[in-house]
Write a protein that binds this ligand. Structure first.
Ligand SMILES: Nc1nc2c(ncn2[C@@H]2O[C@H](COP(=O)(O)OP(=O)(O)OP(=O)(O)O)[C@@H](O)[C@H]2O)c(=O)[nH]1
Ligand SMILES: [Mg+2]
Length: 279
C-alpha cells in the first residue's frame, strides 16, 4: 500500500518524542516498524488509528488496512503504509502482517502466515531496507492465556533470534473492553513474557496511544535490525523449511504422511489450528 494522500494532522514523525528517536537513523530513509501478534488482536486497527491521526478521518477504505468485525481471520498478506516524511526525508512505514497463529483460514495448501511474514522479512533484507523493530500486540481483554499464545511467543523468539529480541516492543489493545482484574492480568502477562523481556524486549504495561507505542519501539537504536530469519533466509539462503522457525512450524503443524492420509486427523487438527474461524 503506497499511501499518497495529503496529510491533515500533525506529521507523526515530527512528534517531539518520535523525532528524537528517528533522528538517530540515516536521512532519506524509510524506517519500517512491523506490527505482529495473533489474529484478531487489533494489528490492522492499530495501524488505521495512526493513519487517521496522520491523514485525517476521511480516508477511503482502500487507503486503510482491512479490518474484519467477524470471527474470520482478516489480513492474509503483508501490507505497508507510509507516513509523511520529515524535512530530512525520514519516513516511518508501518507494516501490517497476518496473525502468526495457525494456518490461513484453515487452508493447509496455502503458505502459513509465518512463512508469508518470513518471506517478506527476507525480501526487505535483500532489498537493503531498514527494519527498526517489531511491535507485538496482545489483546488485554482476552480471558486466558492459551496454547496459541505460547506457540506465538516461541515463534517470535525463533523469528528474531536471541540477539534481536531487544527489537521487540510488546503492547496491549482493547483496553475499553477489558473487564477483568487489570493488575493481575498485567502481572501474569509480565511472567508470560519473561523469556523475551529478560533478553531485552520491552513491555508497555498499560493503555498507551499508538503514537507513543511507535515512539517507544524506535527508542534506543540507531541502525537497522537483522533478525535471525533474515540472516537464515537472506544471508545464508536457507529455504523457510530449513530455518529454525520454519522447522519448528513444520514439526508442530504438519502431520506425518501416514497421518495426513487420515481425513479425520486433518479435520481434527484444522479445528484446533485455525485460530479464528476460517472462511
Ligand atoms: N474494542 C476494541 N476493538 C478493537 C480494537 N482493536 C481492534 N478491535 C476490533 O477487533 C477486531 C479485529 O481487529 P483487526 O485490526 O482486524 O485485528 P488483526 O489483528 O488485524 O486481525 P487479523 O488481520 O485477522 O490478523 C475488529 O472488529 C476491530 O474493530 C481495540 O483497541 N478495541
Ligand atoms: Mg489484520
Amino acid at each position: 500500500m503506497g499511501t499518497s494522500v495529503n496529510g491533515s494532522g500533525p506529521i507523526l514523525a515530527e512528534d517531539e518524542n518520535i523525532r528524537n528517536f528517528l533522528q538517530k537513523y540515516p536521512e532519506n530513509v524509510d524506517v519500517h516498524v512491523v506490527i505482529m501478534g495473533r489474529s484478531g488482536v487489533g494489528k490492522s486497527e492499530f495501524i488505521n488509528e495512526v493513519l487517521r491521526e496522520e491523514y485525517g478521518h476521511n480516508l477511503k477504505p482502500e487507503q486503510l488496512m482491512k479490518v474484519e468485525h467477524t470471527l474470520r481471520r482478516c489480513t492474509t498478506e503483508v501490507r505497508t503504509a507510509g507516513l509523511r516524511k520529515t524535512s530530512e526525508g525520514r519516513r516511518i512505514v508501518l507494516v501490517d502482517t497476518p496473525g502468526l497463529d495457525g494456518v490461513i483460514n484453515g487452508n493447509e495448501d496455502q503458505a502459513p502466515p509465518i512463512e508469508t511474514v518470513a518471506n517478506w522479512l527476507r525480501d526487505i533484507h535483500t532489498a537493503n531496507l531498514l527494519l527498526a523493530g517489531i511491535i507485538w500486540l496482545f489483546d488485554i481483554s482476552q480471558n486466558a492465556l492459551c496454547l496459541e499464545d505460547y506457540e506465538c511467543l516461541r515463534t517470535l523468539q525463533e523469528l528474531c533470534g536471541a540477539d534481536s529480541l531487544s527489537r521487540i516492543l510488546i503492547a496491549t489493545t482493547k483496553w475499553e473492553k477489558e473487564r477483568g482484574e487489570q493488575t493481575e492480568k498485567i502481572m501474569s502477562l509480565e511472567k508470560f513474557l519473561e523469556p523475551i523481556t529478560k533478553a531485552g524486549a520491552k513491555f508497555v504495561q498499560g493503555k498507551c496511544p499508538a503514537r507513543d507505542i511507535i515512539a517507544k519501539s524506535l527508542a534506543g537504536h540507531n541502525s537497522g535490525a537483522v533478525l535471525q530469519i533474515q540472516d537464515e533466509m537472506g544471508v545464508k539462503r536457507k529455504p523457510f523449511s530449513k530455518t529454525i522457525v520454519g522447522a519448528s512450524y513444520l514439526r508442530t503443524h504438519k502431520p506425518a504422511s501416514s497421518d495426513r492420509a487420515s481425513g479425520a486427523y486433518a479435520w481434527f487438527r484444522r479445528l484446533f489450528t485455525m485460530g479464528r474461524f476460517g472462511k
